[in-house]
Design a protein around this ligand. Structure first.
Ligand code: ZN
Length: 196
């Protein structure tokens, strides 16, 4: 079943989500929610979906970056973005720790802000401690695009959206992103949009 995607303006996107107990994780309701979220993510399509985006204020998110989503990117763009496919995974009650200092800047969009994009600085490397869909602890060390997705989704569990972290002068419609900036480097966008 495809779930309705909550759009910005609804309080559930701005509240901190609550943690799940192990019993809840193993319950039929949550297992079914995970399946429905997966179907919803594939249908969108998108690379990550957090429970608040389907109206559930719980600390659960899913990630999946399929190879075909990168089909139209050049090898240079893939390298620049450090983007590799990520198999489907479930993240529950996560804590996230940045590793190292450097931040990287890239365009991001969100299924709860349909039709917009902006440049958002994110940590290059992160470590995430969380539970999986069986309630088992797992640790993820991620870099590049995968680290960006994790930061974006875990923000959702704390009532934060990319617009809270973006360079607001780079905020734009998806149409204009596709028409004007899709192939530009962040440095080019910076020089043309970020000057005062
Ligand atoms: Zn989002």
């Amino acid at each position: 079943m495809r779930l309705k995607l909550v759009q910005v303006g609804e309080a559930v996107l701005r509240n901190s989500a609550r943690e799940l107990t192990r019993d809840e994780i193993l319950s039929r309701d949550i297992q079914q929610l995970i399946d429905f979220m997966h179907e919803t993510l594939r249908d969108a399509p998108g690379v990550g979906l957090a429970a608040p985006q389907v109206g559930e204020g719980i600390q659960l998110a899913i990630i999946e970056d399929l190879p075909e989503y990168s089909r139209n990117l050049t090898p240079e763009q893939l390298t620049e973005r450090q983007r590799k496919p990520v198999p489907f995974q479930v993240i529950i009650n996560p804590t996230i720790s940045p590793i190292g200092e450097p931040e990287i800047e890239f365009f991001e969009g969100c299924l709860s802000l349909t039709g917009f994009m902006a440049i958002v600085p994110r940590y290059r490397h992160v470590r995430v401690d969380c539970l999986d869909e069986h309630g088992q602890p797992k640790t993820i060390e991620a870099s590049g695009w995968y680290a960006r997705i994790l930061q974006h989704e875990i923000d959702h569990l704390h009532g934060k959206l990319y617009i809270d972290r973006m360079y607001s002068r780079t905020f734009m419609s998806l149409d204009n992103f596709t028409r004007l900036w899709k192939d530009a480097t962040p440095a080019e966008v910076r020089s043309k949009l970020l000057h005062e």
